[in-house]
Design a protein around this ligand. Structure first.
Ligand code: PGA
Length: 258
């Protein structure tokens, strides 16, 4: 088993390029004394809005933080107004791309099959998908959590069957995103463990090396307990990543348990 924990900031539609650069300076100053420990024990990444990707590439590289994108189109190029391609993101130095975030699914109508096509596109690039899966409150209340998240993961594994350990999965219960309501470490671990089972079933031993992040109201105060669960290999963080001080506190708390 070879899983370096990953903490990824998802800024959503927040921070202009200028604000993003200021964030990188402040965050870099705060984590600099721990650079060697991060290198060994905890990977860091930031997913800014697309217009800030270019501006953020160099400053993040200097402080040992990876660049991530929030979305990608399944086609390599063409008449898709408003979309960005994997090739563009590669050229900007991205390492990760979020696919299937619940806001994309719910607000922009993205379906499993399109998300799987994005994952297949990423297979022929150097980008690594962070596939988000998660159930709504109604689905949890009717005990459909595992059915939903397993379907979301299975569709991708069947379509993009060469992904292997470059895949990262993020379990983000929709009812916990931006609500301040976090899944308890035990509730999250149960779902992570089911996802791990499916990964091993489809990918064999490689499934043990796939990182499964938790997302949904992760804060400095709850990060340690979540990350100390056996199958929670990091976190995807929205609100608490916008302020560099808060994300640095969260990163240092996570480092303690990594
Ligand atoms: P949150 O968002 O941390 O603000 O709940 C997480 C996410 O949507 O990735």
């Amino acid at each position: 088993m070879n899983r370096l924990p990953l903490l990824c900031a998802n800024w959503k539609m927040n921070h202009t390029p200028r604000e993003a650069a200021a964030w990188a300076r402040a965050f870099g100053d705060r984590i600099a004394p721990y650079a060697a420990r991060f290198k060994e024990h905890l990977e860091l990444a930031v997913a800014p809005p697309s217009p800030a990707l270019d501006r953020l590439g160099e400053p993040l590289k200097e402080i040992g933080v990876h660049l991530a994108a929030q979305n990608v189109h399944a086609e390599a190029s063409g008449a898709f107004t408003g979309e960005v391609s994997a090739g563009m993101l590669e050229e900007l130095g991205c390492r990760y791309v979020l696919i299937g975030h619940s806001e994309r699914r719910q607000l922009f109508g993205e379906q499993d099959i399109e998300i799987a096509a994005k994952a297949r596109r990423l297979q022929s690039s150097t980008l690594r998908p962070i596939l988000c899966v998660g159930e709504t409150l109604q689905e949890r209340e009717r005990n459909a959590t595992l059915e939903v998240v397993e379907r979301q993961l299975r569709t991708v594994l069947e379509t993009a069957d060469g992904l292997g350990a470059t895949l990262v999965v993020a379990y983000e219960p929709v009812w916990a995103i931006g609500t301040g309501q976090t899944a308890s470490p035990e509730v999250a671990q149960d779902v992570h463990s089911a996802l791990r089972g499916l990964l091993i079933e489809r990918l064999g031993e490689v499934g043990r090396d796939v990182r499964i992040l938790y997302g949904g109201s992760v804060k400095p105060a709850n990060a340690g307990a979540l990350l100390s669960q056996a199958d929670i290999d990091g976190a995807l963080v929205g609100g608490a990543s916008l302020d560099p001080e808060s994300f640095a506190t969260l990163a240092l708390a996570s480092l303690e348990t990594s």
